[in-house]
Design a protein around this ligand. Structure first.
Ligand SMILES: NC(=O)c1ccc[n+]([C@@H]2O[C@H](COP(=O)([O-])OP(=O)(O)OC[C@H]3O[C@@H](n4cnc5c(N)ncnc54)[C@H](O)[C@@H]3O)[C@@H](O)[C@H]2O)c1
Ligand SMILES: [Zn+2]
Length: 441
């Protein structure tokens, strides 16, 4: 600090990282420190910088050369749409339609040359920036989609291994060095399961852990990868709806302790996430419903009925929404908290039930009802689509669990007129009343 870096950078036509951070955060550095803390500022510093390059930049060989080491995304929009958007504007190269179309054609070749990923809209850009590849049939291209050239250890859910494991192995080809299984479901997220996995792994530091299964497998294998040899790359291949729209995205990994879920874990961003919606065809209906609760949550946050979309598009849009939120706030200091919509109530209900007899999806659906009511919103979509039955748990036990979860002020995620709001203080009486409504007497 005080060395004159910013001045020096600007003097040679460069930019200062602080300016980029302020622009991204929408507030000044002192405000970030005051309102969000130093940790939040450091998180901004670590974040990937996404730069929108001018349309003609690629005509320079020097720029094309510099893009070699940078993830380059081509936002490929057709010329008619582009022209409609810019005609009549004061952009110097958008005055003459014929000239505009000629430039467009001329540059396409260069875009194709530099692009690592082709995106068709803003959602694709979010997915690409987060390293998430959504494509039907992508499991069969797994060998090409796992970055790097080191050995691969395939870690699968024992049940899913029997259904899709062979396809994954074939797709990985000669890079596949070892295969491992984790117990299906939550049992994967234990020290016992990881102890065994760590002892079996033979990868060196250039290797990659590929995790095939639902959220339990990706959480456990991702955490295993974060600590093995002080961290090796990993690629989740989520096979459940929960995994594809939520768990495998955003770099949070964890295992459980007897004291509670997800108590030991790490932020470990995947080298890539390979999402193949075709895997969902073998998913039991009950597990699909689990995922639909998170889909409805995502749609409510996004302000769009994403739950109405056909499967592939539903997965793409939900995965893109979570990707963008997590890219903007990877370490959960601010807006990532919105992903907890309905979850304070859900966790209280699950805890009151002793984590038996109430699935997470059902608890989230109920929690969404409470969050919508406290936000003064309609609850029809949750009632009609998810039909969550109230749970039979002890009211006092649920309330105590909610208070324990919150420690101090009751701050919730609610839906405001201009989007989701987090850390909203809600009077205890209102929270208690809404919790009670979720419980069958
Ligand atoms: N890291 C995060 O950000 C995050 C976010 C949300 C949830 N999670 C975690 O995810 C876990 C829940 O994930 P889940 O709901 O996927 O559970 P899961 O991994 O237990 O999978 C559910 C069940 O479906 C089976 N299954 C999975 N894919 C299948 C397929 N294609 N065909 C047939 N069967 C299949 C599995 O064998 C399992 O029995 C929880 O532990 C939760 O904490 C993590
Ligand atoms: Zn959830």
């Amino acid at each position: 600090m005080g060395a004159g870096k910013s001045t020096a950078a600007r003097a040679v036509g460069g930019v200062d990282a602080d300016d980029l951070i302020e622009a991204a955060a929408g507030k000044s550095i002192p405000e970030i420190f005051r309102e969000d803390g130093e940790a939040a500022f450091r998180a901004h510093e670590e974040q990937a910088i996404v730069l929108a390059l001018g349309g003609g930049a690629v005509t320079s060989a020097a720029v094309r050369g510099a893009l070699g080491d940078v993830l380059t995304i081509w936002l490929d929009v057709d010329v008619d749409t582009c022209w409609e958007r810019v005609r009549g504007s004061d952009r110097p190269l958008a005055r003459d339609e014929a000239e505009f179309r000629r430039l467009f054609e001329e540059r396409r070749r260069l875009y194709a040359e530099v692009a690592d990923v082709v995106a068709k809209d803003v959602h694709d850009v979010g997915l690409a920036a987060a390293g998430v590849h959504v494509e039907r049939g992508s499991l069969s291209r797994l060998g090409d989609l796992v970055p790097g050239d080191g050995a691969v250890a395939l870690v699968s859910d024992a049940h899913v291994a029997g259904i899709h494991g062979m396809d994954a192995q074939l797709a990985l080809g000669p890079r596949l060095a070892e295969t491992h299984e984790l117990p299906a479901g939550e049992e994967a997220k234990t020290l016992t399961a990881l102890d065994r996995l760590w002892q079996e792994l033979r990868l060196d530091r250039r290797g990659t852990v590929v995790a095939l299964g639902g959220g339990c497998t990706t959480d456990a294998a991702g955490y295993a990868a974060s600590a093995y040899l002080r961290g090796v790359a990993w690629v989740p291949v989520p096979s459940s709806l929960v995994g594809q729209v939520d768990a495998a995205i955003g770099g949070k990994t964890a295992i459980d302790l007897p004291q509670g879920k997800n108590l030991v874990g790490a932020f470990h961003w995947p080298a890539r996430v390979v999402v193949d919606p075709a895997l969902l065809e073998t998913l039991p209906e009950s597990q699909r419903r689990e995922g639909m609760s998170e889909v409805v949550k995502t749609g409510l946050l996004a302000g769009e009925p994403l739950w109405e979309l056909p499967d592939d598009e539903l997965v793409r849009r939900c995965a893109a929404f979570k990707s963008a939120v997590c890219l903007r706030d990877p370490k959960d200091h601010g807006e990532r908290k919105m992903l907890n919509l309905g979850h304070t109530f859900a966790h209280a209900l699950e805890a009151a039930a002793g984590y038996e007899g109430v699935t997470h999806g059902r608890a989230v659906a109920l929690g969404l009802l409470a969050a919508l009511r406290l936000s003064g919103r309609e609850t029809a979509v949750v009632e009609e689509l998810l039909r969550p039955a109230p749970v039979e748990v002890d009211r006092e036990r649920a309330w105590q669990a909610l208070l324990r979860d919150k420690k101090g002020a009751l701050r919730l995620v609610l839906l405001g007129d201009d989007g989701p709001r987090w850390d909203v203080e809600v009077p205890a009486g209102d929270v208690r009343r809404e919790l009670d409504r979720l419980i069958a007497s």
